[in-house]
Design a protein around this ligand. Structure first.
Ligand code: ADP
Length: 425
């Protein structure tokens, strides 16, 4: 499945890269083109607007002016379409230009190919009062209606052609690099998706595995009871108890799984309100006190009063239950459990420490993973499915806080939680 997605993503990335390259190439080409022709057009426009007849002859001062561009060929046209060429030119090309100029529309700017040359031609109306041009012998040449400027743009067009070839070659050679870059980016994008997918698969497999044992216990006990229909409930009480215990375990597991699934789908939102953390911690501690006492454990509570934060009271309660339940499960008498809660600037520091069995160093990084249990055989008896700390972490992080653990095997474990006073979530 991922190979197909990888292929598709690579293709999509490459297409996007090629499009970017094409847009860049087109922009570069049109910029160079406009720059080249802008200069030529300006020269032609300047020469047309500054051309005038003085005393029946072209104004000679023009040749010395800054507007004079020797590449621009000047032609004049009268109302009947007759054309004279002002610039000395080879007769064949001069004739070509005259034919071309005779057909031009006033105000037009065109690019035309004639024989081996490419011409850029601008035709504008003559704007001065003295219109008649005379020869040196006094005979009339023509009455000027339009002035036409022509420029040979062979080199500019050749340069643009070369630029186009360079862009095309760049695109061709670059497509290999583009393909590789597209593949690399696609792989990079797929890594977190693949990991999430694998985590999800693992989650489903672990959940099914966890449900299989209690279901098997229920099924076996029910089957044994069916073999002796004459037995009373009292006689079968141990089997009924087994079924009930497993049903309660499954119920707890399923509701925990539902919480995690909703959390993953972002459907579970915190009910954020002003709440007194000290009160929540105190309440849960007092609920656990008799359980600790029965097990022969000492509970020390050190809570600063009046710590108000913006948080979800129910979820903070659940967090404390998870931590104290673990402390109860994993501490053997005569052990001690210490709860500390204090405020430091904009944060609340919460610490739950026990003198229990501790966590192996190699397990420390994994205890927040779903379904992770330090010692599976031992913990099956204590009833944990390895989901408590995942939920604890979700609650803390949803409040914008952090949870970390320190532990030494056979010495004890400390959970440190920091919660912001004002949650941004
Ligand atoms: P469980 O339901 O198994 O307790 P948790 O997610 O709450 O699941 O904890 C995961 C694992 O972390 C436990 O199986 C245990 O190995 C370890 N652990 C958690 N809290 C403690 C603790 N206070 N002392 C020792 N080990 C702990």
């Amino acid at each position: 499945m991922f190979t197909r997605i990888l292929r598709k993503l690579t293709l999509m990335n490459s297409v996007v890269f090629i499009l970017i390259f094409l847009v860049f190439g087109a922009t570069l080409y049109s910029y160079v083109r406009s720059q080249l022709f802008e200069n030529i057009d300006k020269s032609m426009r300047d020469r047309i607007s500054s051309f005038r007849v003085v005393n029946g002859r072209p104004d000679v001062t023009l040749r010395r002016s800054i507007f004079f561009d020797p590449r621009v060929i000047m032609l004049l046209r009268d109302a009947s379409g007759q054309v004279v060429i002002l610039t000395p030119f080879s007769s064949e090309e001069g004739d070509n230009l005259k034919t071309l100029a005779a057909q031009l529309e006033t105000g037009s700017l065109t690019v035309t190919t004639y024989a081996d040359h490419i011409y850029r031609v601008l035709c504008l109306p003559y704007q001065y009062e003295e219109k008649v041009l005379f020869r040196s012998d006094g005979s009339k040449v023509l009455e000027i209606e339009e002035v036409i400027a022509v420029s040979i743009v062979d080199s500019e067009v050749a340069m643009l052609g070369n630029l186009l070839i360079i862009i095309a070659c760049g695109l061709f050679a670059g497509s290999v690099v583009i393909g590789l870059a597209g593949y690399y980016l696609a792989r990079l994008a797929l890594v977190p998706i693949q990991k999430a997918w694998e985590r999800q698969q693992q989650f489903v497999a672990d959940a099914s595995h966890e449900l299989r044992t209690p279901l098997a216990v229920v099924k076996t006990n029910a089957e044994i009871m069916l073999r002796h229909p004459e037995n009373t409930v009292e006689q079968e009480s141990s089997r009924v108890t087994n079924i009930l215990r497993e049903a309660i375990r499954m119920n707890k597991l399923v509701s925990t799984l539902l919480t995690l699934a909703r959390a993953d789908a972002n459907q579970l939102e915190l009910q954020l309100k002003a709440c007194m953390v000290d009160d929540v911690v105190e309440t849960v501690a007092e609920q656990f006190r008799p359980l600790f006492e029965i097990k022969g454990l000492e509970l020390h509570v050190n809570i600063e009063p009046q710590i108000e934060i913006t948080g979800d009271r129910e979820r903070l309660h659940q967090l404390m239950v998870i931590l104290l339940d673990n402390a109860l499960k994993y501490t053997v008498p005569p052990g001690q459990i210490t709860i500390t809660c204090s405020r430091l600037q904009n944060q609340v520091l919460l610490k739950v420490a026990d003198t229990g069995c501790g966590i192996l160093p190699e397990d420390l990084a994994r205890i927040f993973d779903r379904f992770f249990r330090g010692d599976k055989a031992r913990h099956r008896e204590t009833g944990g499915a390895g989901l408590g700390l995942s939920i604890a972490q979700w609650i803390v992080e949803k409040h914008g806080g952090r949870i970390r653990v320190e532990s030494v095997p056979n010495v004890g474990t400390q959970f440190y939680i920091t919660l912001p006073v004002k949650s941004k979530v």
